[in-house]
Design a protein around this ligand. Structure first.
Ligand SMILES: NC(=O)c1ccc[n+]([C@@H]2O[C@H](COP(=O)([O-])OP(=O)(O)OC[C@H]3O[C@@H](n4cnc5c(N)ncnc54)[C@H](O)[C@@H]3O)[C@@H](O)[C@H]2O)c1
Length: 358
């Protein structure tokens, strides 16, 4: 089992990674001193695979367990569904010392974290992420929240989990496309932070794609280490943490324009990473060779890298201007200078973006 510390003063916590960890969840929450009353939040899909095992283990460690299932889908990451969670917790008389467990992907992790942040002014929660994206990204760092009809992730709070418990065996049941999408975020860590990790992804593609346990654990561990390091230095995104948004400015715009239907998050980020690398090249910040290296790795993991035909360029610019990552109407981008290093660039014009169309 691997252990990574997220250093955040009194809010510090550990991430554990290993194959088969779910069977030890009961003992672990006992050891970590979680309260007797616990609510497990999941969805029917994930619960169908892992819910029974997790419930049994928690009950076997003498915890009083409430189960709350919300339907599967991004549209249920909402205030209405958060209220359903509150209602269940109140009816079962969970109090300020009770804890929540998020068993699922990023949707379950985000809504559970938000419920934990707000229920009785904040209670403990544990992340048990079951998608690759949640394991390498959303379960770490304390961004929690729900969607609003006027925008994704618009309602939320910074609220750190007390523990992140990653069982890599849960990826065995994850649909292939969801797995590849998670690799989009993994590639991002290589580009923004660690050339050696990027090279590892280049060399070990076949092992990673066949879910070789050693390679997979390494990929998840290194991704979590990088995220933990960035978040430790800038928990609330007042500076450094923004580098995690590489690929996301264009990625989010593409997701919005396509109504969150055509691309999974990591796929849109993959296109965003390639286009933002090209933007960087256009501005003279990165050379052709590095851009090609980024594109080649994205392609080799069967992720999309090309701008979809249907995207109208000026609609893209418009969407990016209303994106919450822009300040005072200027377009801010995290642009790579080479593989392993990225910088903020605040002077991107609409014209620069339009040139990407060619
Ligand atoms: N908080 C953050 O820092 C952060 C970062 C990135 C993304 N996010 C959020 O994460 C969400 C996306 O997360 P996601 O990609 O994990 O999607 P998801 O939670 O919707 O999960 C994808 C699908 O896989 C299913 N699933 C999950 N685990 C499974 C397993 N082990 N076996 C079989 N099926 C399984 C789910 O039921 C779902 O149908 C978005 O809402 C996004 O905004 C948050």
């Amino acid at each position: 089992m691997e252990k990574i510390r997220v250093e955040l003063g009194e809010r510090s916590y550990d991430i554990f990674i290993g194959r088969g960890l779910l069977k030890d969840i009961g003992k672990t929450i006992r050891t970590f001193g979680f309260s007797d009353k616990i609510a497990l939040i999941s969805n029917p899909t994930v619960y169908g695979f892992y819910g029974k095992e997790v419930s049994e283990k928690i009950k076997a460690s003498d915890h009083d367990l409430l189960e709350v299932l919300i339907p599967d889908g991004e549209e249920y990451k909402s205030l209405a569904d958060t209220e359903k969670i509150y209602e269940a917790l109140l009816k079962a008389k969970l109090d300020r010392k009770s804890s929540l467990i998020a068993l699922g992907g990023g949707v379950i992790g985000d809504i559970t974290g938000f419920a934990a942040a707000t229920y009785m002014r904040g209670i403990d929660f544990i992340q048990v992420p079951t998608t690759l994206l949640a394991q390498v990204d959303s379960s770490v760092g304390g961004k929690t929240g729900v969607n609003h009809p006027l925008g994704k992730n618009m309602i939320g709070a910074f609220w750190q989990p007390r523990l992140v418990w990653i069982d890599t065996a849960t990826l065995d049941t994850l649909p292939r496309r969801e797995f590849l999408s998670g690799l989009g975020e993994v590639i991002k860590y290589g580009v923004i932070w660690d050339e050696k990790f990027f090279a590892y992804l280049e060399t070990n593609r076949d092992k990673i794609l066949r879910l070789d346990p050693t390679a997979l654990t390494y990929v998840i561990r290194r991704s979590c280490e990088i995220k933990a390091e960035v978040v430790s230095k800038d928990e609330r995104e007042s500076g450094l943490r923004a580098i995690l948004n590489y690929g996301h400015t264009i990625g989010h715009a593409i997701e919005t324009i396509t109504g969150y239907k055509k691309y999974l998050h990591g796929e849109a980020v993959a296109i965003g990473m390639h286009l933002e690398a090209r933007l960087s090249e256009q501005l003279g910040l990165i050379d052709k060779g590095n851009v090609l290296r980024i594109k080649t790795l994205i392609d080799s993991y069967d992720l999309p890298s090309a701008m979809p035909d249907m995207i109208v360029m000026n609609e893209l610019v418009e969407k990016m201007q209303i994106d919450k990552k822009t300040v005072a109407g200027k377009l801010h981008f995290m642009l790579p200078e080479k593989v392993g290093s990225v910088r903020i660039y605040s002077e991107v014009t609409a014209k620069d973006i339009m040139k990407l169309a060619g």
